[in-house]
Design a protein around this ligand. Structure first.
Ligand SMILES: Nc1nc2c(ncn2[C@@H]2O[C@H](COP(=O)(O)OP(=O)(O)OP(=O)(O)O)[C@@H](O)[C@H]2O)c(=O)[nH]1
Ligand SMILES: [Mg+2]
Length: 320
């Protein structure tokens, strides 16, 4: 029988070093992890050009089974792109906001959750921090009360799916092998069944690979809102992109605390313009959210159109 890498779910093989699941011939009999997972875990080093599973392949696969689904997304990546994927997943499911330890106390997460439910028409939303062990027991009770015996964990890459499952392994059955986790994209490569006990099996999955802004990981600490009051035709430089407003407005940026933001006074040839209504969020995949208060025509420079989507603000109109 083929052996599976406990870290990423690949079938272990000694034939091709460039293919996923590779372990050298002398190690394959005892190996629990492939060479890639070993290097990633111990040296933070990514080897192999891994096969990427398309969003459609993952959705089609999970829609064939009737397990309960938990869809994990971190706060800054809740946007039309990730919600579209969530909406394509059939059956009973829960929307789970991860890494809430990263959210500053000045953000009222409970109020935001209520607004997320309204804006996106989602019934069940919870939040967790695997790092700070927040919300884990609540979630275990939820699975218990709802008599859920098999549950697939889905979500964008890097949202913390495997970390969450490792926490469940620690709590339920610490002798089981841990999954590979990393801050790289596409860490888990295949679906992995983890039988925690006779009553509960969890399935890890490859993350949805959504085009990402690609913020440097050195920025990734606390998410703290910062507000600017902009006058007509004033320009704000945010990290590497620029945004100009046709009308006076306040803008609140929800991103990592030490992001570069400054008013900018030189001439710029903007790439494109968009009209937005009062209280609109401009969501940028992997970067965060710009919550804009007043109706505006905004001009944008150096931000790929594919990276953003707009929605009615989840901050309820009163920016924090
Ligand atoms: N601050 C914080 N970081 C977390 C938390 N959970 C996971 N992370 C970090 O998020 C990164 C991604 O974690 P993974 O568990 O590998 O994410 P994943 O969703 O399994 O990613 P893929 O396998 O690529 O789909 C790692 O650097 C984790 O340390 C959390 O609760 N808080
Ligand atoms: Mg994973």
């Amino acid at each position: 029988m083929n052996k599976i890498c406990f870290g990423c779910g690949s079938t272990l093989q000694s034939i091709n070093e460039l293919e996923q699941g590779y372990v050298s011939t002398d190690k394959i009999n005892d190996a629990k992890y492939c060479k890639r997972c070993y290097r990633l875990t111990h040296y933070g080093e990514l080897i192999n050009n891994d096969n990427e599973k398309s969003i459609k392949t993952i959705i089609d696969t999970v829609n064939k089974d009737n397990t309960f689904k938990i869809y994990i997304v971190d706060f800054l990546n809740i946007n039309n792109n990730t919600i579209d994927i969530y909406n394509k997943i059939k059956g009973n499911k829960l929307f789970l906001i991860s890494k809430i330890d990263l959210i500053s106390n000045s953000i009222n997460i409970n109020r935001i959750i209520e607004n997320i439910k309204k804006v996106y028409n989602i019934y069940s939303v919870k939040c967790i921090s695997t790092l700070k062990k927040y919300g884990i027991n609540n979630l275990i009770n939820y699975l218990d009360i709802n008599n859920i015996k098999k549950c697939t964990i889905l979500g964008p890459t890097n949202s913390g799916k495997s970390s969450f499952i490792n926490k469940l392994i620690e709590l339920y059955n610490p002798k089981l092998n841990k999954l590979t986790i990393s801050n790289r994209r596409n860490t888990t490569l295949e679906f992995i069944n983890i039988k925690l006990n006779n009553n509960l099996t969890i399935i890890d999955s490859p993350g949805f690979l959504i085009k990402d802004y690609g913020l440097k990981s050195k920025y990734k600490n606390i998410i703290k809102p910062i507000t600017f009051n902009m006058k007509t035709n004033e320009v704000l430089c945010i990290d590497k992109f620029y945004i100009k407003f046709s009308n006076n407005t306040s803008i609140t940026i929800y991103s990592y605390e030490n992001i570069y933001v400054k008013k900018y006074y030189k001439e710029i040839n903007f790439d494109y313009n968009i009209d937005i209504d009062k209280n609109t969020d401009l969501c940028i995949n992997g970067f965060g959210i710009l919550s804009i208060k007043e109706k505006n025509n905004i001009s944008i420079f150096n931000l790929d159109k594919e990276l953003f989507s707009i929605r009615k603000s989840i901050f309820g109109g009163n920016n924090e």
